[in-house]
Design a binder for this molecule. Structure first.
Ligand SMILES: [Zn+2]
Length: 280
């Protein structure tokens, strides 16, 4: 189910020469943004949203499909004369070359065929994070000349003040759902860690919580995902100085994660909070 032969030059292009787009101003409202974010905290799009850029100087007339890309909407935006951008977020890129455990093979094949059909209408492919480039490289027929790395900015772009507290709170993301979501977000790893660290207070995020309530009391954010783009919460934790244990979207190593967690626990027992806001 993999892509065909790719020449050495094309491979080099995929791995090294894909540009990274950043901006000093929000593409929607023009307000200054920190860290080169392309959208400010108010304008950052939701997954599944279609963003129409009208005012941004460098990107006029683009229809940006964040994650999902409905066929009819693409055709409609094309008729309106807009340039179509597919913004790959994570597992949508993965399913371009493999059928992950717990996902319907038919659903994956349908996604691949839809994207092949849409390719001629897509002007640009953006990936949120470099680690998704490998997925697009493996996908059939996507030209590296149409690809750019554009990070998906978080909702919280400034540090959230942390609070001192007694318990050791480890935060993790579990959106619920079936076998596929459990596999991709490493729920088996989280369960193994819960058994090894009963003294830790485990806090589950399902995406509905307000991070301003959760992050101040977090001692670590653990993300043992098997595939990922650039998760916004990882960036949000780092900005606020919450230590992150992240598998970088590779097969998570439980022992390695346990060691890192152990070190953070010891550091807290020794009297310190593990970190303060990142200086940058
Ligand atoms: Zn804005």
């Amino acid at each position: 189910m993999c892509a065909g032969a790719i020449s050495e030059t094309a491979e080099k292009t995929w791995l090294e020469d894909i540009p990274e787009i950043r901006s000093a101003n929000c593409w929607r409202c023009g307000k200054a943004t920190p860290r080169g974010y392309v959208f400010c905290a108010q304008c950052t799009p939701r997954y599944g949203e279609t963003v129409l850029l009208r005012t941004a100087e460098d990107h006029p007339g683009k229809a940006i499909f964040v994650g999902s890309i409905p066929l009819l909407r693409v055709v409609l935006e094309r008729i309106r004369g807009r340039r179509v951008v597919k913004w790959w977020m994570g597992t949508d890129a993965l399913t371009m070359w493999m059928c992950p455990p717990g996902m319907s093979r038919w659903k994956v094949l349908a996604h691949q065929w839809k994207m092949r059909l849409l390719e001629r209408f897509i002007d640009e492919h953006w990936v949120t994070g470099r680690r998704l480039l490998e997925d697009l490289r493996r996908a059939h027929g996507i030209s590296p000349t149409k690809v750019a790395v554009v990070y998906w900015p978080g909702k919280y772009q400034e540090p959230i003040p942390l609070q001192t507290h007694q318990a050791f709170n480890a935060v993790y993301y579990d959106p619920g759902g079936g076998r596929f979501k459990r596999w991709v977000y490493g729920m088996d790893v989280i369960e193994a860690l819960k058994e090894r660290f009963p003294q830790v207070n485990w806090i589950r995020l399902d995406g509905s919580q307000d991070l301003r309530q959760v992050l101040p009391l977090a001692d670590v954010y653990v993300r043992p995902s098997r595939h990922d783009g650039a998760p916004r919460i990882v960036e949000e934790c780092r900005i606020s100085g919450v230590p992150v244990i992240f598998s970088e979207g590779q097969e998570p190593d439980v022992d390695k994660i346990a060691k890192e967690l152990e070190a953070l626990l010891r550091s807290k027992e020794a009297g310190g909070r593990a970190a303060g806001p990142r200086s940058q």
